[in-house]
Design a binder for this molecule. Structure first.
Ligand SMILES: CC(C)(COP(=O)(O)OP(=O)(O)OC[C@H]1O[C@@H](n2cnc3c(N)ncnc32)[C@H](O)[C@@H]1OP(=O)(O)O)[C@@H](O)C(=O)NCCC(=O)NCCS
Length: 153
């Protein structure tokens, strides 16, 4: 009997590699964050991680370690590859590198809750306000602040 025609989720994950971004990746990070409308004025290319699937970059995430908390931003997967487990694997890997509990602002809390994030009940003093993202028509009732504690705490 022949194997499945369509790749399964596990097939996508098998060739996935998550690593820190290098200078050579910056152009593709800019392209992907713009295409997914994740780019923002204070974005720092030196804080990015990328997910490669068999070579090409298919996902990105920015992790900034602040004084008492870490800020996760710009989590995105190439549109045609969404829904195959890439975003989850990317987030799990990047969060492992955080120096502090990880905070984020998001319009897609369902994805992050599945990745172990929960409502942030109190905000660290050094957590930047959601206004840093400069979203037009910023709606705090839709943009939730979530956090994931460090696993060793
Ligand atoms: C959000 C995003 C990063 C998720 O990446 P992905 O690779 O598509 O997600 P995964 O396939 O790893 O999904 C992991 C789990 O989260 C769920 N999930 C994915 N997107 C979701 C969403 N928008 N809402 C709720 N749950 C979601 C999946 O169903 C899956 O659940 P399961 O483990 O029960 O099967 C991706 O869809 C994306 O790039 N979106 C556009 C940019 C964006 O909105 N980024 C977030 C900015 S804060």
């Amino acid at each position: 009997m022949s194997g499945p025609i369509h790749p399964k989720r596990s097939d996508s994950e098998a060739g996935l590699r998550v690593r820190r971004a290098r200078a050579a990746d910056h152009a593709i990070i800019l392209e992907l964050t713009r295409a997914l409308e994740l780019d923002y004025p204070a974005m720092d290319l030196s804080c990015f991680w990328v997910a490669e699937l068999g070579g090409p970059i298919v996902g990105v995430a920015e992790l900034k370690d602040l004084e008492t908390c870490s800020l996760l931003s710009c989590v995105g997967v190439r549109e045609e590859l969404q829904g195959r487990g890439i975003g989850r694997k990317l987030v799990d890997r990047v969060v492992q590198e955080a120096l502090h509990p990880v905070y984020l602002y998001t319009l897609v809390p369902g994805f992050f809750r599945k990745a172990g994030f929960r409502d942030a009940t109190s905000l660290p003093r050094d957590l930047p306000p959601r206004a840093i993202y400069g979203c037009l028509g910023c709606d705090p009732s839709r943009c939730l602040c979530l956090m994931r504690p460090r696993e060793d705490t």
